[in-house]
Design a protein around this ligand. Structure first.
Ligand code: CUA
Length: 312
């Protein structure tokens, strides 16, 4: 494996990583050298020129043109080199290669939705083929988020009412962590996703299988969607409560809502709770679930209902 975490940096998992790391290491090295020079000179001068007796009169500094030119010229040259290195890397990061696979990214409190060219949708898990540039066209539904993948050395704000783009080309198969790097509310720290890099064939099979799922019995398709749409982040199937109520035995149960109203959980209630979750919230829970209206079609909602019915 090419990528290993080092003491300083996470593994270098993308083509741009080497360039970014070079710039980082260059700045770090220059800073470390000058730190040693400045602190070393300071210590030496303090010891060398400390006052030896009470009556000693210090001499003021004298002008030295040679010294002035040297200590102005060298830093200017260094700063120009750092600028050139940084600007070159900035350009490579800003422009996605023309042959990129384009994936649309939607951020909202507190999840990531990915839409592929063939219409496949995934939540909190971006899949991509290895050795192929992937361009992300990103927008937010609510507040500012930031798409941050340390292993790929990319971070870009995701802004409402506006599109921002970034791109990466993964150099090896495996997983990388996606984080939100802009404080966006109470769920910010849990706004995590996974980037799964696969061999091109494997990736294509996964992309095609989205169509195959449509042929499964509804309850099975629902079980897959339950994981794919990350419902399991907040809802368990074993009876224990999480951010949201458990789905174990929920169908047909009478629940009390936050406004005191009591109702029996049926198809209509589940559908409403998926599409507009804040409409009726079970007592004791916060209205924090994202709106799934428009992300799931009728058939997918029916499949989820069929699955929830099986959780006895
Ligand atoms: Cu989204 Cu922080």
């Amino acid at each position: 494996m090419a990528g290993q975490d080092t003491f300083w940096l996470p593994r270098a998992g993308s083509t741009i990583a080497k360039e970014v790391d070079f710039g980082w290491n260059l700045v770090l090295t220059v800073s470390a050298i000058f730190f040693l020079i400045v602190v070393g000179a300071m210590i030496y001068l303090v010891v060398r020129y400390q006052r030896r007796n009470e009556n000693e009169v210090p001499h003021g500094p004298e002008h030295n043109t040679k010294l002035e030119v040297v200590w102005t010229g060298i830093p200017i040259a260094i700063v120009m080199v750092l600028f050139a290195v940084g600007f070159k890397t900035f350009l490579s990061m800003a422009v996605a290669p023309a042959e990129s696979l384009e994936v649309s990214v939607t951020a909202e409190r507190w999840l990531w939705t990915f839409t592929y060219p063939n219409g496949t949708v995934s939540v909190n898990e971006l899949r991509a083929p290895v050795n192929q540039p992937v361009k992300l066209v990103m927008s937010s539904k609510d507040v500012i988020h930031s798409f941050y993948v340390p292993d790929f050395r990319i971070k870009k704000d995701v802004v409402p009412n506006q599109y921002t783009t970034t791109w990466f080309e993964a150099t090896e198969a495996g997983e990388a962590t996606l984080m939100c790097a802009e404080y966006c509310g109470t769920g910010h720290s849990a706004m995590l996703g996974k980037i799964v890099i696969q061999q091109p064939k494997e990736f294509q099979d996964w992309l095609d299988s989205a169509g195959a799922d449509a042929k499964l019995p509804p309850a099975e398709a629902g079980a897959k969607l339950f994981v794919k749409m990350s419902c399991n982040t907040c809802h368990t199937t074993d009876g224990s409560p999480k951010t949201g109520p458990t789905f174990k035995g929920v169908f047909g149960r009478t629940e009390e809502m936050s406004d005191g109203q009591k109702l029996q959980v049926d198809e209509q209630y589940i559908r409403e709770s998926i599409e507009t979750p804040a409409a009726k919230v079970v007592k004791g829970y916060q209205p924090v679930m994202p709106v799934f209206k428009g992300l799931l079609n009728q058939k997918q909602i029916d499949a989820l209902i069929a699955y929830i019915k099986t959780l006895k």
